[in-house]
Design a protein around this ligand. Sequence first.
Ligand SMILES: [Zn+2]
Length: 245
Amino acid sequence: MSWQEAKAYFGKNDIAIVPVGSNEQHGPANPLGTDHLIAKEFAQEAAKRTGVVCLQVIPFGVSPHHKQFWGTISIQPKAFKKYVKEVCLSLKYYGVHKILVVNGHGGNLAALREIAREMREQNVFISIFEWWPAAENLLPDIFSPDERRHAGAEETSVNLALHANLVNRDKITNEKPHTHALEMSGITLPLDTVDETSSGVFGKQTAASAKKGKEVFEVVLKALVKHIELLKKTRMEDLSLKPKI
Ligand SMILES: [Zn+2]
């Protein structure tokens, strides 16, 4: 898009899509970029189907719990929050009041929630979308719980469906995460991924297939498109915060 095309779009539309992800280990078979690559695909395809503009994906996120695995790039929550917020404020300058954040990495959610809260005070409504809870809800039977965890069969399947060339099938791994000696119910420990799994995989990858990944992508995408269409139609005056009448 040129600046003139951007002017034409923002002159008529008050909504935009911002994909965010991470660059972190996903076991020996999957690329480090898994979370931002998947977020980008969902966001771009949703943009195509709804006519809403999609920004470039923000590839780095909050991943300190994976850093012992080489190649993980982690941003502190404070810096991540400030950066993503500045992106939203730039959009606001051009009249955007509704933003759909497509988040590909669970570790970003706490910071994104804070941004959404703060931006609502500034009359910008941010909707945060994550594909895996949507998939679990829409397709409860396609994977077992241990296939749905970090770098498991579900994520590997979506990788196989969207960018199979980036998956090293010879390195597909199953690993049952081990329980730390200090774990017990009611106790929260500051554990990193390396404390629970040596390959970086939580659970089973062998059940992964491109077919299942395609199904997840299509079903979840349809739900996402529906949400965007609804967000588009909702009037800002019904979303903005004001004292109760
Ligand atoms: Zn992931």
